[in-house]
Design a binder for this molecule. Sequence first.
Ligand code: DQA
Length: 166
Amino acid sequence: MNSVPGPASGGHVAAAGTRNRISVLHGVNLDQLGRRPAAHYGSLTLMQLEARISDWGAELGLTVQFFQTNHEGAFVEELHRLEGTVDGLVVNPGAWTHYSWAIRDALEIAGLPAVEVHLSDVHAREEWRRTSVIRELCVATIAGHGPDGYREALVRLRDELGRMSA
Ligand code: DQA
């Protein structure tokens, strides 16, 4: 009997051609998680949050990569680079969400299905946080669900990518 190599980490193996590559992009000040007001952002560091997201991704059959920067141009250039290397995006641009038309335009150029995530409930905070310049480009916005919001985003993207592959 031929032996079929199993997944190295025991996770789900995606069929060839399956769209399952996700990039999770964090913007300004999100590297400071763990030092930011816990009432809004919880107590996980970015590294701990990314580890959770990675585990959720593996459970869902997704390969997840991460990027964080405090420099708007670097965020824009990362979006320029992603086409053809990943299939979907989870984006939390931090405060840039509320005013960066440059990031909005770069997300449009990337042309990938994206879910907008915020740890805090941006709709229940200051008025200026209610504006999102990227919302119209995203298949969904999830805010105020803490780290679990990223799991919801991955599920949403998996469903979206499944529909696109069908
Ligand atoms: C945030 C919400 C933004 O208003 C804020 O500027 C952040 C984080 C969130 O995840 O809740 O830096 O995007």
